[in-house]
Write a protein that binds this ligand. Structure first.
Ligand SMILES: *[C@@H]1O[C@H](CO)[C@@H](O)[C@H](O)[C@H]1NC(C)=O
Ligand SMILES: *[C@@H]1O[C@H](CO)[C@@H](O)[C@H](O)[C@H]1NC(C)=O
Ligand SMILES: *[C@@H]1O[C@H](CO)[C@@H](O)[C@H](O)[C@H]1NC(C)=O
Ligand SMILES: *[C@@H]1O[C@H](CO)[C@@H](O)[C@H](O)[C@H]1NC(C)=O
Ligand SMILES: *[C@@H]1O[C@H](CO)[C@@H](O)[C@H](O)[C@H]1NC(C)=O
Length: 494
């Protein structure tokens, strides 16, 4: 009897412990964008995800080197299809079959755990002006058919990652939520198709962009710490924009007969540079607030438990388009090289751990020559040139390197360029205004550093910069995200 009891106890404990494990890792996902001049080597990036409890990853397109690194990693993959492929995928099922064969079946058979194919990326952003409204649903259907034909219909689900401006609320409160009038019927067709195929809807939610778009946005409503001016929706009180936004979608679905449609949050996060409100303090506050909720299994007023959430993003990307704003290159939870930006409590007494094994270029920098004059007529053009080809988004107003003195300003730009071009001698030659130094320079400003880039040559899976089209797929995100619903909510608050 006693041994029976104790084995029962063990079984219960194992169930208990594995439940805890599941609740810790459940739905902890991250976007792995790769628009960087010096991308973190894929094997190191995958290890970084695993070490920090990310067991789901979203890729913006099928890049072989990234998928290869995910083989047998235990990480589940949502694989994106860029918008520019939607037209051809919509044109015939054979194109979709080829895409699935080459980009899904081939990797699944090699041990990549692909769970979702994300068809398009925010294809209905208002700024795209209907460019993809005719092709998204046919492409979705063709991909679904191709997956079934490939024998992957059960294992791999389709979805469409949408920006939050596909729904809105006429009065501003979530319960008035519905799909945007111009795409209402299309959204219903898509949701119905996903529902028929037991597939989820995916939505990207960006409270940062609410703040970016409207300086009067009540800042504490962006975070999860409560607010002294909650938005009342009937008897329900909304203390943060995430809940309000998410529930606007839940109401929209419910109103159209899809009350139990699963919703994945495909992108959510906060950038750390490139804007006054893009800073470490806010990013930490937002991501920690969200993480704590995930770990506590806390949902929104309308959905008691949330499905998978993919943070945006894993690392900074210095080659992303900055059309939406300078902050675009600074969404990483980690710096470009996998070092930790700020402390996050991951639950279970774990905090973020950095990437291991990264190899850097030699310890040398390109700075403004001491003999060069700040009034040299070539200086401004030289800085401009450096910043055209290298990432100077940290130099802007309100950014980590904003307000440097003229000398450091020039040095920062020169060094960025020099590092971006792998420290070639010729990359430190700005009309004789610069010199290479082996003495580590300091900018005089906290958080503003003269960086050294990763030595991509020393890492096996290195590739040349700028070979992917993913950035363009990602770039449009910031427009339109925040939604009439939110602005109206704000006017209610005000
Ligand atoms: C596989 O995906 C890549 C990246 O999106 C794309 O360039 C390529 O055309 C796809 N292959 C096929 C056969 O469609
Ligand atoms: C989408 O289809 C409609 C109806 O056939 C057509 O009028 C419209 O021009 C198409 N839009 C695009 C962007 O191709
Ligand atoms: C949590 O971490 C701290 C510091 O590393 C350690 O002292 C403490 O024992 C840990 N607690 C648990 C429950 O593991
Ligand atoms: C720093 O460089 C930028 C880019 O050329 C320029 O706009 C700015 O005025 C410079 N700031 C100082 C203090 O020189
Ligand atoms: C840079 O300096 C070298 C050597 O002093 C000189 O020959 C060259 O003309 C200078 N170039 C420029 C652009 O000033």
């Amino acid at each position: 009897m006693e041994s029976h009891n104790s084995s029962l106890l063990w079984v219960l404990m194992i169930i208990f412990v594995s439940t805890i494990n599941i609740s810790f890792v459940h739905g902890l996902g991250v976007n792995w964008g790769t628009r960087a001049t010096h991308p973190l080597p894929p094997n190191i990036a995958v290890k970084l995800m695993k070490d920090n409890g990310f067991n789901k990853v979203k890729l913006f397109e099928a890049e072989g080197w990234a998928l290869d690194a995910l083989k047998n990693s235990g990480i589940q993959v949502m694989l994106g299809i860029p918008n520019d492929l939607l037209g051809s995928l919509a044109s015939g099922v054979t194109v979709a079959e080829n895409w699935v064969a080459k980009n899904v079946s081939a990797y699944v058979s090699r041990g990549v755990d692909i769970r979702y194919v994300a068809v398009g990326n925010e294809p209905f952003l208002k700024t795209y002006k209907d460019m993809f409204t005719n092709t998204t649903l046919p492409a979705l259907k063709n991909i679904q058919a191709a997956l079934i034909k490939a024998g992957l219909g059960r294992q791999v689900k389709v979805t469409v990652p949408l920006n939050a401006d596909v729904y809105e609320s006429s009065s501003g409160v979530p319960s008035e939520g519905n799909f945007r009038a111009d795409i209402h019927d299309l959204m219903i067709s898509i949701v119905k198709f996903l529902s028929d195929n037991m597939a989820p809807l995916t939505i990207n939610i960006y409270p940062f962009l609410s703040l970016y778009a409207d300086p009067h946005f009540p800042i504490d409503f962006a975070f999860f710490a409560g607010t002294n001016a909650p938005v009342m929706d009937g008897s329900v009180s909304y203390t943060n924009v995430f809940d309000a936004n998410y529930d606007t979608l839940v109401w929209a679905l419910e109103k159209n007969g899809f009350s139990s449609m699963p919703i994945i949050v495909g992108e959510i996060g906060w950038p750390t540079d490139g804007d006054l409100n893009a800073n470490i303090q806010y990013a930490r506050k937002f991501n920690q607030g969200l993480l704590s909720r995930i770990n506590q299994g806390q949902g929104t007023p309308k959905r008691k438990t949330l499905s998978d959430i993919y943070f945006f993003g894993l690392i900074d990307e210095d080659a992303k388009s900055i059309d939406p704003g300078n902050f675009e290159r600074h969404w990483g939870i980690f710096n470009y090289d996998g070092t930790v930006k700020y402390k996050l409590d991951l639950g279970k007494n774990q905090t973020l751990v950095p990437a291991k094994g990264v190899q850097y270029l030699p310890r040398q920098w390109c700075v403004m020559a001491p003999r060069a004059s700040e009034t040299d007529p070539n200086l401004a053009d030289s800085i401009k040139y450096a910043c055209t080809y290298a990432d100077c988004t940290s130099l802007g107003f309100g950014s980590t390197c904003g307000g440097l003195d003229a000398r450091n300003n020039a040095s920062y730009a020169f060094n960025r360029y020099f590092q971006t071009f792998n420290q070639q001698k010729s990359a430190c030659n700005f009309n004789n205004l610069s010199v290479i130094t082996k003495t580590q320079p300091t900018t005089g400003k906290a958080n503003c550093k003269y960086e050294i880039m990763i030595d991509v040559g020393k890492h096996q899976k290195a590739r040349s910069p700028g070979t992917s089209a993913a950035a363009d797929a990602e770039a449009g995100k910031s427009f339109g995200c925040f939604v009439m619903a939110v602005f109206l909510l704000i006017s209610l608050v005000a």
